[in-house]
Design a protein around this ligand. Structure first.
Ligand code: AMP
Length: 550
């Protein structure tokens, strides 16, 4: 299967809008890998990437990834072949990413924590042909990849980051000119509306949805973000949340390389990450809510002297946190999602707007509507409603999900985010504030856990008659999943038994419930739906009572 077999499963941007985005320059005709090459021609000797294990200039990164692309072609991977990524923030991850793009392959941005429940489904859905996994992690992803490939209808190639048959040595024997010719031959065949990357959605129903991002817009999404923050080739930008997330690829990898900046890529462990950042004279960083606490410890002091801009994202920002990173320098916020739309607080926004809102959209043609949930009725400024958006890099539809797309978009193509938001005015300018969400998920330190998906998995256990999963507040991660359970025959399973059940179904660990409450029955609304509002209030009360006791 390749790109040409996806007809009918992809939703194109309406021709009129596509034409407008081309005319405004917000869409590009250059394939994504070609954009890195353009940067390499401009910024050749500058440092493109610093990790704990390696450093690359733009020229080195460009040449190595040409060779890797050519090596992918040599083993028989073909343009349009999807490749599953299960990796962490390593230099070789960056090589593999750009190598795939330059070979016309389509990276599928799954997580190293995903297991058979997720990878088995997604890899079949997209017809994955390759699997890139990191060797040497506590879970043996290499063995796992072999299990995935066993009996898989399309999977044929396994590559590793680290370990044997590693990406690090791939294509080293291919002369750079030959590799460049190969990449150019691929790019000559690439249409700007071809899929560049598959991202995954946290989803609002059962299974994760696949998000197709196309060449015309994906790199530019990142470029607009870099411009909004005033980055130049003199910026040194750190990233310590998983780079494979859309936020990692767009706000870190592509955004730095779009403007000739240096990317300092660290793993999420705050201690070593802050040390690497301090050694590398980092000027800019995106902090997800999984690191809000770490930033407020003295370990972050070493990073402060060179730091100019800190962007906070993912959860409400406390005044103490804001002051910690704004005093003597600039702090702001961003809102972003794999489906597209990014907002950032502008550099010249007053501190009050930067402390309490996520700012304004980053592209000229971005459109936002705040609507009365469940309707198409627009609400006036100041009122809280569902954030809906449309624009040059917000998808017009999920991959192979026609029924879901009907509900996920308004009749005129605005994506219903499931987030609640309102416009607020500061000094005569409008800024958007995120006020909550209506979608039923748990945001565990940035990893989205779909409540319905977990409920269905729990109910596969014969001892569980019904299940409702809600977010329990958590100081470090923001939220963790709490399951309210009704026993089928009076026997209440232990946490260990629940964990064994989730493990036996091959479910990623970050989705496992971390708190159980057994109840005789689930509370219902007067229309018979599970009353999640009362369950949320109940778990908040439980957490508060525990905190008061400790
Ligand atoms: P993802 O597609 O995994 O990047 O997740 C996107 C979702 O993360 C959004 O729809 C929001 O629910 C949430 N999100 C992203 N940025 C923020 C933010 N600044 N504040 C609150 N929630 C956010």
């Amino acid at each position: 299967m390749n790109a040409f077999d996806w007809d009918g499963r992809l939703v194109s941007y309406p021709a009129e809008r596509a034409q407008a985005y081309r005319a405004s320059g917000e869409w590009s005709e250059v394939p994504t890998g070609g954009r890195l090459h353009e940067s390499a021609l401009r910024f050749g000797d500058r440092t493109a990437l610093i990790t704990a294990e390696a450093t690359f200039t733009y020229r080195e990164l460009d040449e190595r990834t040409d060779q890797i692309a050519a090596a992918f072609g040599r083993v028989g991977l073909r343009r349009g072949d999807p490749v599953i990524f299960q990796v962490t923030n390593r230099a070789a991850t960056v090589l593999a990413w750009y190598g795939c793009l330059k070979a016309g392959l389509v990276p599928v941005a799954t997580l190293s924590q995903h297991r058979m429940h997720e990878i088995g489904h997604i890899s079949r859905k997209v017809g994955a042909v390759g699997h890139i996994v990191e060797a040497g992690l506590s879970f043996d992803l290499v063995r796992f990849a072999r299990e995935v490939a066993d009996g898989h209808p399309t999977m044929r190639h396994l590559f590793t980051i680290g370990g044997e048959s590693g990406i690090d040595d791939l294509g080293l024997d291919i002369p750079p000119t030959e590799a460049r010719e190969f990449v150019e031959s691929i790019e000559a065949q690439t249409d700007s509306e071809d899929v560049a990357v598959f991202q995954l959605s946290g989803g609002t129903t059962g299974v994760p949805k696949v998000i197709p991002r196309i060449h015309a817009e994906y790199w530019n999404n990142a470029l607009f973000y870099a411009r909004a923050l005033g980055w130049t080739e003199d910026s040194t930008v750190a990233h310590l949340i998983p780079v494979i997330h859309n936020a990692g690829i767009s706000c870190a990898l592509h955004a730095t390389h779009a403007v000739g900046a240096t990317l300092v890529l660290a793993n999420p462990d705050a201690g070593p990450a802050f040390e690497l950042m301090a050694r590398s004279d980092v000027t800019d960083v995106l902090i997800g809510h999984g690191h809000y606490q770490a930033v407020q410890t003295s370990a972050f002091d070493a990073v402060l002297p060179t730091l100019r801009h800190t962007v906070l994202s993912g959860a409400k920002v406390s005044p103490e946190l804001f002051a910690r990173v704004d005093t003597g320098r600039w702090a702001g916020q961003m809102f972003g999602m794999s489906e597209g739309m990014f907002l950032v607080t502008p550099l010249d926004a007053p501190a009050s707007a930067r402390a309490s809102t996520v700012g304004v959209p980053i592209a000229k043609s971005d459109e936002i509507r705040i609507i009365d949930p469940g309707t198409e009725q627009q609400l006036p400024d100041g009122e809280v409603g569902e954030l809906c958006c449309r624009g040059p890099y917000t998808i017009p539809g999920y991959f192979d999900a026609p029924d879901h797309n009907v509900d996920a978009f308004t009749s005129d193509g605005f994506y219903r985010t499931g987030d609640l938001a309102a416009w607020h005015e500061f000094d005569g300018r409008r800024y958007l504030a995120i006020e909550g969400r209506i979608k039923d998920l748990i945001n565990r330190g940035g990893e989205k856990v779909n409540a319905e998906e977990v409920e269905l998995l729990l109910m596969q256990h014969p001892a569980i008659a019904s299940a409702a999963v809600v977010a329990a507040p958590d100081e470090r991660l923001g939220e963790r999943a709490c399951a309210y359970l009704v026993a089928s025959n009076g026997t209440e399973l232990t946490m260990v038994q629940i964990q064994e059940h989730m493990d036996s179904l091959g479910v990623a660990k970050f989705k496992w419930p971390e708190r159980l409450v057994w109840v005789p029955e689930l509370p219902r609304t007067n229309v018979g739906k599970v009353n999640k509002k009362s369950l949320r209030a109940d778990v908040v009360a439980r957490v508060e009572a525990e905190r008061a006791q400790s």
